[in-house]
Design a protein around this ligand. Structure first.
Ligand code: NAD
Length: 279
């Protein structure tokens, strides 16, 4: 289908570019990402495996710190403080979700903005809102790159985002506002969701609800970005009923092979950017 926006293809272009730049580094020190995981969540294990593989493929150093499920807030904070002070580390990520005893906001606030590869620290988010940074949280960054890659107009476009999370919906909405899009952010309490969605030029679904987006949400000019990552009976799928809407819409990202690989590429790109700033 010619209306597919392949995140796999664009992420490979980004990763090849990073690999090329890292291979030319003359300084003694190479960029390094530290990945912190608490517990043994199976989806997290899978995502981290991809992040480590991606880092290895481009020649980026990586350190994987897997901590026990029942770690205390202060023990985890100590770990973050150590990584903050470790001059060999350029980017730190703490894989979400975290167990109930951990306050994720406090942990993200603790990561130095200069090492904030995921872009979840309040300072980083503030700079995104103020249009004062080139480091965006990885998933919103990947979505913007996909849209710009296909020359999809953002200026004056109606963009509808389903989902208002701190990691996708909120930062993405702010980036799009700064690019002069007209943005509507929806949540589970939104009334007339289908009607709002059908008026979108660009519909971005980050709800985490398989098959939410069907033909009642789209028209033939809609660009659909599917952020959802759902496991249904062991099958990995997005929020969009792809077989129902895929052939109608103007553009669509597949799952797998859409936003997911872009998130990893943009995360590693963030680490490389932080390396350049810190070196
Ligand atoms: P979340 O899970 O924290 O929250 C979901 C949001 O969607 C909430 O704001 C909720 O109000 C809204 N929502 C849920 N169902 C809705 C409905 N039926 N109608 C309207 N609004 C609805 O959000 P998240 O952490 O951004 O994750 C969203 C999805 O995106 C999940 O499937 C997650 O796994 C996926 N995700 C994928 C990537 C990737 O790289 N592919 C990255 C991040 C998140």
């Amino acid at each position: 289908m010619s209306n597919i926006i392949s995140g796999k293809e664009l992420s490979n272009i980004i990763l090849d570019g990073l690999k090329n730049k890292i291979s030319k580094i003359k300084e003694k020190r190479l960029p390094k990402i530290a990945i912190v995981q608490v517990g043994d969540n199976s989806a997290s294990n899978k995502y981290i495996k991809h992040k480590i593989k991606g880092a290895n493929n481009i020649g980026m150093l990586n350190e994987y710190i897997k901590l026990k499920e029942d770690i205390t807030q202060s023990e985890l904070e100590l770990q973050i403080k150590k990584l903050n002070e470790d001059t060999s580390v350029d980017g730190i990520i703490v894989q979400l979700p975290l167990p109930k005893q951990i306050n994720a906001n406090t942990i993200n606030s603790l990561i130095y903005p200069s090492k904030d590869a995921d872009g979840f620290n309040p300072t980083t988010i503030g700079n995104v809102v103020l249009n004062n940074t080139d480091i965006y949280p990885a998933t919103p960054s990947g979505i913007i790159k996909l849209l710009e890659w296909k020359n999809i107009n953002l200026v004056g476009s109606n963009v509808v985002i389903i989902g208002r999370s701190n990691i996708v919906g909120k930062p993405l909405a702010n980036i799009l506002i700064n690019k002069s899009a007209t943005v509507t952010i929806c949540n589970t309490k939104t009334r007339n969701l289908e009607e709002i969605a059908t008026n979108a030029d660009i519909l971005i679904s980050a709800a985490g609800s398989a098959n939410l987006i069907n033909k009642n949400f789209i028209n033939k000019n809609t660009v659909v970005i599917d952020v959802g990552a759902n496991f249904i009976d062991g099958h990995y799928c997005g929020d969009v009923n792809f077989s129902e809407v895929g052939e109608i819409v103007k553009y669509i990202t597949p799952v797998p092979g859409g936003v997911g690989p872009m998130t990893i590429a943009c995360l590693l790109e963030n680490v490389y950017k932080l390396y350049l700033k810190n070196n």
